[in-house]
Ligand binder design. Structure first.
Ligand code: HEC
Ligand code: HEC
Ligand code: HEC
Ligand code: HEC
Ligand code: HEC
Length: 369
């Protein structure tokens, strides 16, 4: 069991001289979480660390006016250009008190209490931990809570995923058209939500001060980083008949399999008969936004031009006309491109090798009986 009270002489060294806006401070007592966070897209959300974000921003009409409107979500705490390099910080998330709903985009309401961080921990839902030093009856100085900050465990938005929805819910452009949406459904339930899937509990202590077996993964598994951690939420199954066969792709996520309009998902199928391999038709799943029935940049888009994306909790049946024989094998690969290959050139990203990679989310072999 985790214990609240621990003896800590060290705390006094750190307590006095820390600056709230400095994420490097958190690293001193939360090194595992801080290291994971370094590789996440939240850390790399600025134009300095995300080439895709920069490429779209470079084309955006607001750039000429120097009006970086993306800051609200991509660099929420930056008050200077230097701070923009930080991207989204530990504090950006842990001080969100509530999320206000708006048509254009939701808004994070941050707490004004200094050095109070919200968090979630099963069994402590009603606790507010204020740092204090107490003198125990045997005379030792002991501390309660974190030596650096207070913690408020009572905010339910940290249990059901609502705190993610200030930035992730939706974004409308100036034509009142929603360029991207993540369904509210995924941020309602305490057992399964944005946090449980994208920040699963893994081994390693959450703080070096008070050891715990596990912590919530802060690398934020997603399309760009650690997608393999999410592959268990996608199932591939197979059924053969006298007319052909079908592959079923089941998306267990409560949102579109991919949410960003730049993504392209593909299902690649290979028939292996004795030693001969035949590539069958590639199926593409995509949501294209645009104008006048043609693809367009997000700030120009007024309509959905095409939408074959696999939806929230959908089981998509993909039919093939090839009649299979006993002993045949079928290899099925489901993967994606983070940037639609057709948009690479338009965004001046054609030379970025890592953005041309087809990332495999799930693959499976089926053998015909
Ligand atoms: C001096 C060490 C120290 C520093 C620096 C520090 N923390 Fe902590 N933090 C702790 C300790 C100890 C706990 C566990 C307290 C407890 O369980 O009562 C904790 C707990 C937390 C929790 C809640 C964990 C839970 O149990 O759910 C969050 C969130 C958190 N810290 C965020 C931060 C952030 C963000 C920063 C940097 C701005 C930071 N901490 C800096 C020591 C520190
Ligand atoms: C309301 C919050 C919000 C605002 C404002 C916002 N974004 Fe984003 N953006 C997000 C979220 C959340 C994601 C990740 C969601 C996803 O992948 O579906 C994202 C992802 C992106 C991506 C994909 C990055 C990648 O890793 O492939 C691009 C490009 C992007 N945004 C561009 C912009 C630009 C340019 C602006 C400003 C003109 C902007 N965004 C403003 C929330 C926002
Ligand atoms: C995108 C939002 C977000 C960012 C950024 C973020 N956290 Fe968290 N963090 C959360 C949420 C949500 C939880 C609660 C998850 C749970 O335990 O259910 C959490 C949990 C924690 C905990 C509790 C212990 C545990 O179980 O892991 C600590 C400590 C913590 N965060 C520290 C940090 C530090 C340090 C940083 C920066 C290096 C950071 N967080 C950045 C959202 C965030
Ligand atoms: C049941 C698990 C599950 C839940 C719950 C869930 N997701 Fe996902 N999420 C996935 C899977 C699976 C993918 C697709 C695989 C990937 O991106 O690597 C994904 C992808 C994403 C992506 C990247 C999409 C892109 O186009 O770049 C974002 C952003 C995201 N989820 C945010 C959220 C948010 C916010 C919530 C809560 C409202 C949420 N997810 C709830 C499983 C889940
Ligand atoms: C302050 C705004 C903000 C908050 C709060 C926030 N996100 Fe994000 N998130 C973003 C932005 C912006 C991006 C896109 C960064 C980029 O690719 O440039 C993103 C990207 C992601 C991705 C995609 C990562 C990848 O590898 O493709 C996932 C998954 C994700 N967020 C999950 C979450 C979860 C879960 C929460 C709540 C615990 C959350 N986010 C809270 C702004 C936010």
């Amino acid at each position: 069991m985790k214990t609240l009270i621990y003896i800590l002489a060290l705390s006094s060294i750190l307590f006095a001289s820390v600056d709230l806006a400095d994420s490097a401070t958190c690293k001193k007592c939360h090194p595992i979480i801080a290291a994971e966070f370094q590789s996440s897209m939240h850390k790399k959300s600025s134009i300095y660390d995300d080439k895709i974000h920069k490429a779209v921003w470079d084309k955006h009409p607001a750039k000429a006016k120097g009006d970086y409107k993306c800051a609200k979500c991509h660099t929420p705490n930056a008050t200077s250009e230097k701070a923009q390099h930080e991207g989204i910080t530990c504090i950006s998330c842990h001080t969100i008190m509530s999320v206000e709903k708006h048509a254009k985009a939701n808004k994070n309401i941050y707490t004004k209490k200094e050095k109070t961080f919200y968090s979630a921990e099963v069994g402590r839902e009603s606790e507010k931990v204020e740092y204090k030093k107490v003198t125990s009856w045997w005379g030792n100085k002991t501390t309660v809570g974190s030596a650096y900050h207070d913690i408020d465990y009572t905010n339910e938005n940290y249990y059901n995923g609502q705190m993610c929805m200030g930035c992730h819910s939706h974004k409308q452009n100036s034509h009142e058209f929603s360029v991207c949406t993540t369904e509210e459904e995924g941020a309602k339930d305490k057992e399964s939500n944005c946090i449980t899937c994208h920040m699963p509990k893994i081994d390693g202590t959450a703080t070096t001060v008070r050891l715990s077996k596990q912590h919530s993964f802060h690398g934020f598994a997603g399309a760009r980083v650690n997608p393999e951690m999410l592959s268990k939420y996608v199932e591939l199954s197979f059924a053969s008949s006298t007319k052909g066969f079908e592959i079923v792709v089941e998306n267990k996520a409560p949102h579109n399999l991919m949410t960003h309009p730049l993504r392209v998902v593909q299902l690649k199928t290979t028939l292996i008969r004795r030693s001969k391999q035949t590539g069958l038709k590639t199926h593409t799943f995509i949501k294209v936004i645009g104008k006048d029935a043609k693809p367009a940049m997000p700030w120009l888009a007024t309509e959905v031009v095409k939408d074959t994306m696999i939806k929230a909790n959908e089981k998509r049946v993909v039919k093939f006309n090839e009649v299979l024989k006993s002993g045949d094998k079928v290899e099925v690969v489901l993967g994606y491109f983070v940037v639609n290959p057709k948009a690479l050139k338009k965004l001046n990203l054609q030379d970025e090798k890592e953005l041309k990679v087809f990332t495999i989310l799930k693959s499976k072999y089926f053998t015909v009986e």
